[in-house]
Structure formats: C-alpha cells, structure tokens
Design a protein around this ligand. Sequence first.
Ligand SMILES: [Zn+2]
Length: 269
Amino acid sequence: MRVCFDTASGGANPNEDWVGGSHNLAVVLDGLSTAGLPTGCQHGVPWFVAHLGGHLMAALADPSATLTNGLASALERVAALHPDCDLANPGTPSATVAVLRQRHAELDYLVLADSPVVLEEAGGDHTVITDLRVDDVLPELRAEVESYETHTPEHREALRRLVLAQRQVRNTQDGYWVAAAKPEAAQHCVTGSTKLGDVRSAAVMSDGVSRLVTEYSTATWEQVFSTLRMEGPTSLIASVRKTEAMDPTGRRWPRYKSGDDATVAYCCW
Ligand SMILES: [Zn+2]
C-alpha cells in the first residue's frame, strides 16, 4: 500500500487533526472543538491527537491486534501519560478516529464518529464508511448554531451551548462515542473488512475534507478520487478552501467554523 497525505489547519488556531501512514496503515484523527471551554487537561487537543496517533500506529504494528483492541490499548496508554489531569472531566480532549489497514489480501477499517473511510471500488462505485450518531443528538442546538453567521457573538455563544450539551451525552449510551480518556469507546466503533482485490484506492479523511461532497455538494466522490489520483491531497484540500472562500461567513453553507481543519490520506496499490 502506498499512502500519501496532507493536513492543514482551518484558520489561525493550531491544527487539531492528525494523520499518519505506513506501508500498511493510514490513520486520521480529528480533535473535537473545545469552544474555549475548560477541559481539565493542561496539554490540549493537539497534544492529545499527536500522542493517540503515535500510540495507535504502534499498537497496530502488531498484525494480530484487531483495530478495536489496538485503539483500546492506545487510549489506555495516552490516559496513563497525563494522570495529573482531570480525565473524568466531560470536556477531556477527544477525537474522531478513522483507520485503514492492509492485512495480506484484506483491508480492515475502523471508524469512530464522523471522519470517514471511503473505498473506491474496482468497478468505480464508492462506499462511504462513517458513523453519524453525533448528528442524531441535540438537533435544536445544532440548528441554533447554524442559524447564525460565523464570526458573530451569537454564533460563538450558540456553539458554546452546543458543546456544553454534547459533553453531557458524549461517550454515554444515549449519545455518541469518540476517542477520549476511556478505552471502552473502542467497543463502539464501526468496523469491517473487505477484499483488497475489490478496491482500486481508498481515502481516509476528516470531515473538513469529506464536506466537499456531503455538505457543500461541490464535488462528487468520483471527482474527489480523480483529484487525489491526478494532483494529490494538497490540491484536494486547496479545493476545499477555495469553496469555503466563496462563503466566508457560512450563509450558504451554515457551519461551526469558516474553515475546519482538513486532512486526507490517499491509499493506493
Ligand atoms: Zn493532560
């Protein structure tokens, strides 16, 4: 497997996405926004995703480890790195997880929350593996955020209210699951396998990139894969930014930020 990737911050703040790749593994993490609220952790989201990513790559280097067990073990190890932080804080740093691993003639995938793995099948169809449980909770508060233009005090306040409410249901049976301080979240991933021979190429990405198709509808998956194949990940992220620049305050495409952190790992054979 050949993996080619790029990642870019959506604005002036540090990038809270993380990406890593090897000859048989691609990992993308998307750190959840804290909206400026307390987290109980002195390290921050970029630190969390960097350490979770590194430990996940290490755990999955053992081919006998399932993706689920590898994630559980990485979460346990990262939690052990900061025992003096308040890991029971509902705002403890957290991230979505998307993994693709080649194991001989099989491809294994794992998705936790809304960073998708997209498979371009040999016949040209696309299969999107994602976990959109977060979209089912708190619809009223989400709609409120989306009713304001970005960069307004009303938008900022509505986003804080949404994040505070999300923290109450995050990693509970009634809410949605993300990678945070407890290994238990790994048991709630979407996982599966497919035959390598059925897949032409694949892309592992944060929603900062997949929104080109799912939110903005300015590209099809076919066009996304064509850009990845012909021009590469940097060019695909540039086209996301070009689209967002047409709507800088989110009137046409209501959203949480003018530009979200964007990451894509393109895998081919
Ligand atoms: Zn910490």
